[in-house]
Design a protein. Structure first.
Length: 363
């Protein structure tokens, strides 16, 4: 069995990086399709325009409608073709980014530039687009043939995004190492259809180490709206290392439990990374992780404000049948809980979810 690694062609990150967009994309094409929300356009539209103008490129803006759905992907494809564009640019959060990736893929593999304006998840670097229906339920994960051509991260912009989004991104990234490790141990296949490599294993560990080392200070930096070296490290961990780590390492119980929380209406307002962090605590119990490991992860969650009890996920009234549904959904054959251990039962997952809550409520 072979190993497999997927990654974006180029990743660049730094203060004021968006101003270098033109230089980075000069050879990619001539007319750029800029997909973003009206709010993102207000925040960063002018910088993108100036930068593209400086290298004599044409562009058009297209407003994103809010959901990465089949209908929205088709609409974006039509607009792209109508305008005669040759490069797709997605700027904003996870759903805009995934829509841009999916539309470019369905257009026959157009060049893709991803500009995350928040560090709330690990979507930017991956070749995966999660598609939802109009009700916001996951329909499928589209695996694109190639990862983005360029991921460009301006840490000045990330520093001005809401702190809770950075925390959610740290929650998503916190799980990467433990999920990769579970996949390596169990020999699970990753999204590059190969085994976890030493490279992905090492990147996932570095992702975790950077979060533990710089996470708290990075949160302080965002509260001051300042891109310091702590924030640079955490953004690299949350966007690059976690993105390559999950795709080339693999997913396990943390993400499966996150997906299961779709069955709990009270948790619908929570960010992906917040639910993943809770799922990670569940995974550590399922793995019977050493106390020191638990203490470090649990302590980090408390320190940055990631959920450690069900009430933190908006679930103030715990209904047994709902939590059992989460556990069952996390254990269906297509889910990644099996990458921890093939024989994990919904009962074990249910008990672990409740045990995390019990420990979390004690503080
Ligand atoms: Zn994730």
């Amino acid at each position: 069995m072979s190993i497999g690694i997927k990654a974006p062609c180029k990743y660049s990150q730094g203060k004021g990086e968006l101003g270098k967009l033109g230089l980075n994309v000069k050879k990619m094409g001539n007319k750029f399709f800029l997909l973003c929300t009206a709010n993102t356009r207000k925040r960063v539209g002018e910088i993108m325009e100036e930068s593209l103008k400086s290298v004599e490129k044409e562009y058009i803006f297209c407003d994103f409608n809010g959901e990465c759905s089949k209908a929205e992907i088709s609409r974006v494809m039509e607009e792209f073709e109508k305008a005669g564009c040759d490069v797709m640019v997605g700027a904003g959060g996870g759903k805009v980014i995934d829509t841009a990736k999916a539309a470019a893929e369905n257009l026959g593999g157009k060049p893709v530039v991803i500009i995350p304006t928040v560090a709330s998840n690990d979507a930017p670097c991956s070749g995966v687009a999660v598609i939802y229906n109009e009700e916001g339920v996951v329909v499928k994960a589209l695996l694109t043939k190639k990862n983005p051509d360029l991921v460009l991260v301006d840490t000045d912009i990330i520093a001005h995004a809401p702190a809770r989004l950075l925390v959610a991104g740290m929650g998503d990234a916190l799980a990467t190492w433990f999920e990769t490790r579970a996949c390596k141990r169990s020999g699970a296949k990753n999204m590059a259809r190969g085994l976890c490599s030493n490279t992905a294993y090492m990147m996932s560990k570095l992702c975790y180490d950077l979060l533990i080392q710089d996470g708290v200070a990075a949160l302080e930096a965002v509260k001051r709206q300042e891109a310091d070296e702590h924030l640079e490290n955490v953004v690299e961990a949350s966007i690059y290392l976690s993105g390559v780590g999950f795709e080339s390492g693999g997913l396990a119980a943390a993400h499966a439990v996150n997906d299961g929380f779709a069955y709990v209406p009270a948790a619908h307002g929570m960010y992906h990374g917040e639910k993943v962090a809770y799922g990670l605590l569940v995974q550590l119990l399922l793995e019977k992780a050493p106390q020191s490991e638990w203490d470090e992860v649990f302590g980090f969650c408390k320190a940055v404000g990631l959920p450690t009890k069900l009430a933190d996920l908006g679930v103030t009234e715990v209904k047994e049948e709902e939590i059992r549904k989460v556990a069952e959904a996390a254990c269906v054959p297509t889910q990644s809980t099996k990458n921890v251990r093939a024989d994990i039962t919904p009962e074990e997952v249910y008990e672990a979810i409740m045990k995390v809550d019990e420990i979390g409520r004690k503080g």
